[in-house]
Design a protein around this ligand. Structure first.
Ligand SMILES: [Zn+2]
Length: 470
């Protein structure tokens, strides 16, 4: 039985094709396919693309962000919290991000209690390294003398409300209160994204179990490829939740001997895993390349961000066969800050794209959401224009053409910088149906042109009406 037939779509430049899907797999591609299906969609000449993959995202943080209020200097933070307090049902957590002492002063449990006494509140510092909890929140998480070291206490006494770098502990203790993934699911469906790699180093077995259980319940249909910080792969895998690489974080302080990271790479290999390393500075990249050179590489080992890469390092990355997983939209979102703060001699090394391709470096695209915009089409536009919010151009030589920009999101999970996936018989039916032909899609690179996102043969139609393609 055919589950779904897509009629009159354009595949790789060939117009007027029908696609038959059964059991989550593409079964036939041809003109005017015979037969009936449970569901038919008239593609009206729109392009059919392989489903997009966001190769570096943080699902739980994004869910929390979509469920949070954002504090900012231009509005009164007290009024923001009190407004949210009035809107929320009683007993629900109030979560806020964007705290900074420059406009809020020093914050602790007592200051928060004075603003919101009656419900649990937690406020995240804009660096992400600190949460401040009010008294009700401390009670809910059961903060006491056995709490981990990041839970600050006044001398040997009561918690101050400040909790430093204990996100994994907070997630475990707040399990039942965790934000829904429903808004994340809707967002990804609207972008044509059929899969994501969750790159959080804090992912552990509990996070994997939470995603395996809560994802389907909250309507998250996308495939998830889950990195973890430990060499052991997640055990709670499902048909839609698989094990990704082991993630290694680096801090400029205490980089030390690359042999330390080489040992971690060998641990990952013992568990048959690839490795992804967070590299945002030149020192981190040099260290990581030395470690990879010592331990050896596998196709699909990755450099996350690769924020600053000169030509010599690009050659080193290519020689080791590593993939750079970049965030093209950072150029648009943060480019003006980079231009102001980064040494002008290094502007040409920032979030490089075309220059890396010229050095034969495998390249893939991602959002790093919620820390960058989640829309992959915004990433593609930034890759093509290299334009910042103010309209300045950051390293214009690094521009890609629209086809190359789209291809950043079409690689494989396990080897994201590989050749783009293709729409072929026998392949999984993870597809993105556009409301216009490829020529128009590449000219505009806008998520508004996504008409349906199909994961394992199951379509989700975009709420926006199909656009005429004439
Ligand atoms: Zn990240």
């Amino acid at each position: 039985v055919t589950d779904l037939i897509l009629r009159d779509v354009e595949v790789a430049g060939v117009t007027g094709l029908d696609i038959a899907i059964a059991g989550g797999i593409i079964r036939a591609i041809g003109r005017r396919l015979d037969g009936k299906a449970t569901q038919e969609i008239d593609g009206a000449g729109g392009a059919l693309l392989p489903g997009l993959i966001d190769h570096h995202i943080h699902l739980l943080a994004l869910a929390a962000e979509l469920d949070s209020i954002v504090l900012a200097p231009e509005r009164s933070w007290v009024a923001c919290l009190q407004d949210a307090d009035r809107r929320l049902p009683s007993g629900r957590w109030l979560r806020a991000t964007g705290y900074h002492e420059s406009f809020m002063g020093a914050l602790d449990r007592h200051r928060l209690d004075a603003v919101i006494p009656g419900r649990p509140v937690r406020v995240q510092h804009s660096t992400g390294a600190l949460w401040v909890l009010n008294s009700e929140a401390l009670e809910r998480v059961g903060a006491n003398e056995h709490s981990p070291a990041g839970v600050e206490r006044a001398g040997a006494g009561a918690p101050t409300g400040k909790v430093f770098r204990e996100d994994a502990w907070l997630r475990r203790t707040l399990r039942a209160d965790y934000p829904s993934l429903a808004q994340v699911a809707a967002l990804l469906d609207g972008y044509g994204i059929t899969g994501v790699t969750d790159a959080s180093v804090t992912n552990d077995q509990a996070a994997a179990a939470l995603l395996a259980e809560r994802g389907p319940r909250d309507g998250l249909r996308q495939r998830v490829y889950l990195m973890t910080g430990d060499p052991e792969a997640p055990v709670s895998t499902t048909p839609l939740l698989g094990a990704g690489p082991m993630k290694i974080m680096l801090d400029d302080e205490g980089l030390g001997d690359p042999a330390v990271m080489a040992t971690k790479i060998r641990d990952a290999r013992a568990h048959r895993r690839r490795v992804a390393v967070h590299c945002v500075t030149t020192a981190q990249l040099a260290y990581a390349l030395a470690a990879f050179a010592e331990a050896g590489t596998l196709a699909g080992d990755r450099i996350e961000h690769g924020s600053l890469i000169d030509d010599a390092m690009a050659d080193g990355i290519a020689k080791l066969g590593l993939t750079v997983v970049s965030q093209p939209a950072f150029v648009a979102q943060r480019g003006d800050r980079y231009l102001a703060e980064v040494d002008p001699a290094e502007h040409g090394h920032l979030y490089r794209l075309a220059g890396l391709k010229a050095h034969d470096v495998a390249l893939a695209g991602s959002s790093d959401a919620p820390y960058g915009p989640a829309d992959p089409w915004a990433g593609m536009r930034a890759a093509v224009t290299r334009r910042t919010v103010s309209g300045a151009v950051l390293a214009g030589d690094e521009r890609l053409n629209p086809r190359e920009a789209l291809d950043l999101y079409l690689g494989h999970f396990a080897n994201p910088g590989s050749r783009p996936r293709r729409i072929e018989v026998g392949e999984p039916a993870d597809l993105c149906l556009m409301s216009a032909p490829l020529r128009i899609v590449l000219g505009e690179l806008r998520s508004e042109l996504v008409r349906a996102t199909i994961v394992a043969g199951r379509p989700s139609m975009s709420p926006s009406p199909p656009r005429t393609t004439a």
